[in-house]
Design a protein. Sequence first.
Length: 508
Amino acid sequence: MAAPSEKLARSLEALKALQDTGVIAIRSADLTRTHRERLLKHGFLQEVMKGWYIPARPDDVAGESTAWYASYWGFCASYLTSRFKDDWCLSPEQSLQIHAGNMQVPKQLLVRSSKAGKDITNLPHGTSLYSVKTTMPKAKDIEIKEGLRIFPLPASLIACSPTYYRQCPTELRTALALVKSSADILGPLLEGEHSKVAGRLAGAFRNIGRDRIADEILATMKAADFDVREIDPFEEKLPPIGDMRETSPLAMRIKLMWQKMREDIIGKLPVPTPVNDIEAYLAQVDDIYVTDAYHSLSIEGYRVSPALIERVRSGDWNPDTIEADKKHKDALAARGYWLAFQAVRKSVKKCLEGQNAGRVTDQDHAIWYRELFAPSVTAGLLKLSDLAGYRNAPVYIRRSMHVPPASEAVRDAMPVLFELLESEKDASVRIVLGHFIFVYIHPYIDGNGRTGRFLMNVMMAAGGYPWTVIPVESRADYMSALEAASVDQNITPFTDFIANVMSEKLAS
């Protein structure tokens, strides 16, 4: 008789065979009942609904949402195809989100199908599918991205609700910027006799500074004898942000987010005090190291103590000769934090000496990252290639509905972040958005939170503020504020959070 461990190993082999073929949504028929029940019992499968499952981690606590959010889009694509075959597509509004590079998990996914009723399918963690029987694009016109059937970009813009311009202006502006010329949109407008929509789109293009497309839409529609009245569907007009024809949706979204959010940040942080004594400032940075390391590492889930941090700082730690240190991931993290902190200190000094903070972080952030994980390479837990740059694989944030961008988009986004930091005149905007946009992009496989807080403190120094520690006791509020900025595009909670932490620091 096979041992329990051997039985579990066989079930895991069956699960791996499915995953190797790209399967994310697992149906009852995909596994034998024995394998399925065993994997469920040991936490390697999670039930989504009757007869449907996703892979999970056995160490996840009850109610953990990460496995669901990580599997969400793949599951929905498989489930909808199983239910409707090729007769389904996402709504125009959700299609625009995807065209704009925004893959965050929606509370409710709107789906169209000629086979649908008007029903809601409840999914884990308060999410759902709402399928309706309504107009769909012609089959030949449907685009497929990540297994998802979506409206083409022009059709999405034509079919989306006017209220969507006010609800999700960043996504709409990003989508509009992706239109290469009026020819892309005029054909469907004329064919569908969309005179009212033409006026709305003309106003929308003019809002983002693309007057030529707006004028060509109006002139062409009027030449075809349509009565077109231009209307700006947005609630506000943003200041100019440069060329609105980006090749990267994510790069454009970041520019638009920055421009919109900065107005909600200016004036919210305490008034800074100019730094007159650089050496005194750096001495204060040195003094706060133990406190900063304890809280920043604890936020990430490492179990560290001030005693361990002091041991690492004093050099009484050697993974080359002491086997216990080689295996101690918390000590490795603490040692990496010490090395990275020294590199960040050098960056702070450059800023205090008058160098541009955006340019400094652009040049130095990769050094911080390498130092952060150098001890893990030395100990053989990571390969040297893992320090070679930005991630080459997907990454997910625990319990977050925000899905960081695909790895190929990171390379477009990071230069934009540093360009914005370099050109931004307001210190409070650099502090808040520097941290937020960095973790929004999530450029590395690991260490994004620690690196984001390092970046924030370099911006603090450049702006005349003292090094500021985000306390682990405030972790829930900190993560909730970042989630509101990522998912709801509301930067106010995060701005208020940083302002409160800074005020407490300045008062102490």
